[in-house]
Each structure stands twice: as C-alpha cells, then as structure tokens.
Write a protein of this length. Structure first.
Length: 167
C-alpha cells in the first residue's frame, strides 16, 4: 500500500509497488477534487491537478522490472490520482493538507452519497439480534458527483470539467 508523507515544502507519495517516490510541491498544486464512489461504486479517489509535473524518483534498491518500467513511463503528468484502495493514508489526506494549503473548510469524505433521503426505518428483532433496515430514495441530481477540496483560483468542479472536457 502507498503512503503519504508531509513536510513544509511538499508532500511525498511513496508508491511501494512501483518503488517510486512522487514529490509534489505545495506551490505546484492548482486543484484537488474528491470523488466518492465514482470509479466502480465502491472506490473513492482524489485527483490533484498540478501546474508543474511532480518529481518522480526511484527508490534506492528497486526491483529490476520497476527499473525498466520507470524509464518507459512518462514523468510529465500534471494530474495525480490517489485511490482509497491503494493508499493507506487516504482518509487523513484532507486533514493533513489543510494546514499547508491554508484551506479552512474540510469536506466530509466519509459521507455516503448513495443513501439519498431516508424514507422509512424498520426495526426487526430475531432471537437476540436487533436489525435496523433503512429504506431510502436516491436523490436525483444533475450535478457532478465530485467535490472541490481545494482550488487556487476559486473555480468550481463544473468549471474544471468544462476546461478539461472531463475529470
């Protein structure tokens, strides 16, 4: 699993499987967007848009296949994705970056938007077990399912979507 380390100049994504370190400077971050359950309905991710590519380096003793693929991979990407199923520091990410980026409003990444509006709650007792069943109606919305975590220029998710023709 990947790890994220923070210091005053940058944060470092330690990609263990690839034996890589991605160094992202705080002043290179333009936008951070959070998507809850947008990949396969059970994985969430952050997308970080950069104005300059992150610095990607190999670890000290990489596996031989990682050495080969490192030189074949493009290192000029200005978009980084951090997924919850690959990163063990995923749910602490917003709290940790808030002090470095000067962001006061922290979004709730644990909110489950699939429940919608709860219509009915039932309680059933089976032997010694109590089971609560919540029935809900999904909220229909024309808005994108992404939430803005940080934007240097105060743009919305819709503006980023229009600019890039997708997320």
């Amino acid at each position: 699993m990947d790890r994220i380390y923070y210091n005053k100049d940058e944060f470092i994504i330690d990609r263990t499987i690839r034996d890589e370190l991605h160094l992202v400077r705080w002043d290179s971050i333009d936008t951070i967007i959070f998507g809850s359950d947008v990949i396969y309905d059970d994985h969430s991710e952050y997308i970080i848009y950069l104005n300059t590519p992150s610095i990607v380096t190999l670890k000290e003793k990489p596996w031989w296949l990682n050495k080969i693929t490192f030189f074949l991979r493009s290192k000029s990407n200005t978009k980084i994705r951090i997924r919850d199923d690959f990163n063990q520091d995923f749910y602490q990410f917003v709290e940790n970056i808030a002090s470095y980026l000067g962001k006061e409003k922290v979004i709730n990444v644990l909110y489950d938007n699939r429940k919608g509006k709860i219509v009915k709650t039932e309680t059933h007792v089976y032997e010694n077990k109590t089971v609560f069943i919540e029935r809900g109606v999904a909220e229909k919305s024309s808005q994108l399912r992404w939430k803005m975590v940080y934007d240097r220029f105060g743009r919305s998710v819709d503006e980023i979507y229009e600019r890039d023709r997708g997320i």
